[in-house]
Design a binder for this molecule. Structure first.
Ligand SMILES: Cc1cc2nc3c(=O)[nH]c(=O)nc-3n(C[C@H](O)[C@H](O)[C@H](O)COP(=O)(O)O)c2cc1C
Length: 458
């Protein structure tokens, strides 16, 4: 690929899928990345059984947090060995997001650690030079996803990071622990702290947790070791690297967002929904472990209470004004078929387009025909050019990570109500934009199907 990119929007456009131009080319299975990050030399500390009710500095409570964040929640036995599915979904089940702990992890010595989900263990990387409280850092290893998705992988790394981040935030709430998350921080300091390989890995989010929330990133004593390569030959992903380099500049906010998001701005009349709360406490832990991606939808309408609960789940305490949510409904009930803007705070739908659009949407999603049977197709869209004008390229990270967070909230709310959900990152970008009536720099970022399921394997 020879395109030069000068903005995050250029990146998004350059990796768009177009019908008939997907490039083909099979996967090189000899290069399949490992999902279990290993180190040359580090001590591995087993975590105890997760116990959400354990005391504040009990390692069983940390174990509950980590299991819910991105721990193993299902195992598939295949002729090639066991495959470990996790509590957060991931495009292609490639799991490019790594979780690091720094500071004073509950019940462990101060230091810098890596969480190894497949062994449910901590790998101790370095002692701590300075820092208080507990910091959790999410970093992406691009080639994990790039092996399959090539240059489009940055999108998936950001969406995947959003899913894991939301699990962490919900788990901390369920544990009654204070927390603060940041997407803007000193990237180079975070990379040093986690021992990340420049250009190939990048820190995307920082969560401070528990008592004594740190204002600054902790510092490791000495050099933090790098992980072993995830594949025999880790290829370059020039567009991913260029996009991440652009995003690494944490631009200061440039004023308030102007006006409503790309979908709400066009909505005409608004229909109120019945709000309901997200699963919390024990219900959260049950939902996050039971969650799976489901593709076995029953052609059925969503009950009004379910639609209200899903819409209400999209309310974030720190929304990004440019990121718009919407939903495609198949009609047949009280609400006509069509596309609606979704106002999560007001728990209401704003009419945008009438008509049965599910088949077109399924076609736009690389002809994943089963999507046409889902009770609702939620969409997240933003004007990427406007966002970049306000926040700089870093705004792109904010938008995709938030879209991932919202996707995770839908998965959790759906699972708690006995519904199925599936995130969809694969779509023909121009067809999806046309379907949603998006123009200029407005783009679909993510779609999540939700609906009644037949009960057969997802
Ligand atoms: C960002 C993202 C994009 C995804 N895109 C698709 C997709 O286009 N089609 C699909 O069938 N599943 C998609 N998935 C679902 C993954 O395939 C699924 O999460 C993964 O196989 C792990 O299975 P699990 O979610 O049941 O744990 C996506 C998931 C994420 C997080």
């Amino acid at each position: 690929m020879t395109e030069r990119i000068e903005s995050a929007f250029d990146y998004h456009a350059a990796v768009s899928y177009r019908r008939g131009a997907l490039g083909g080319g099979g996967l090189d299975w000899s290069m399949r990345p490992e999902t279990d990050r290993r180190y040359e030399d580090c001590s591995t500390l087993a975590l105890p059984e997760p116990l959400a009710e354990a005391g504040p500095s009990d390692p069983a409570r940390l174990s509950a947090l980590l299991a819910a964040s991105c721990g193993v929640s299902a195992v598939a036995r295949t002729p090639a060995g066991s495959f470990f599915y996790r509590s957060a979904p991931s495009a292609g089940a490639l799991y490019p997001i790594e979780l690091f702990l720094a500071g004073r992890p509950w019940g462990f010595e101060p230091g810098v650690y890596h969480y190894a989900p497949e062994r449910h263990a901590l790998q101790r990387l370095a002692p701590l030079a300075s820092g208080r409280g507990l910091s959790l850092l999410l970093a992406a290893e691009f080639f994990r996803s790039g092996w399959k998705y090539r240059q489009r992988a940055y999108r998936y790394c950001l969406l995947d990071a959003g899913h894991v981040l939301e699990n962490i935030l919900c788990a901390l709430d369920a544990l009654g622990a204070a927390r603060r998350s940041r997407l803007d921080f000193d990237d180079a300091a975070a990379a040093r702290l986690c021992g990340l390989a420049p250009g190939r890995e990048s820190a995307l989010a920082w969560v401070a947790a528990g008592e004594d929330l740190p204002d600054e990133l902790p510092e490791a004593a000495g050099t933090v070791p790098a992980g072993l390569p995830c594949a025999p030959r880790v290829g370059d992903l020039p567009l991913v690297q260029a996009a991440d380099a652009l995003c690494a500049e944490a631009a200061p906010g440039q004023g308030e967002a102007s006006g409503p998001d790309v979908l709400s701005a066009r909505a005409e009349d608004w229909i109120p929904l019945e709000p309901a709360a997200m699963p919390v406490g024990r219900d959260f832990f049950a939902a996050v472990i039971a969650r799976r991606s489901r593709r076995d939808y029953r052609k059925a309408l969503l009950a009004p209470a379910d639609l209200g609960a899903l819409a209400a789940s999209l309310r974030l305490e720190d929304p990004l004004p440019e990121l718009g949510a919407g939903v495609l409904l198949p009609g047949g009930g009280e609400i006509a078929a069509g596309l609606y803007a979704l106002d999560a705070a007001g728990c209401r739908l704003g009419r945008l387009l009438e008509g049965v659009l599910h088949r077109c949407a399924a076609a736009a999603c690389l002809d994943q025909g089963w999507l046409a049977d889902a009770g609702a197709l939620f969409v997240f869209a933003a004007d990427l050019e406007a966002l970049e004008a306000r926040l700089g390229p870093r705004g792109y990270r904010h938008a995709l990570i938030r879209a991932g967070r919202l996707g995770q909230r839908l998965y959790l709310a759906a699972t708690a109500r006995g519904l199925g959900a599936c995130g969809i990152g694969a779509f023909y970008d121009d067809e999806a934009a046309a379907l949603l009536g998006l123009r200029g720099g407005q783009r679909l970022l993510y779609l999540v199907a939700v609906g009644e399921i037949t009960g057969s394997a997802g």
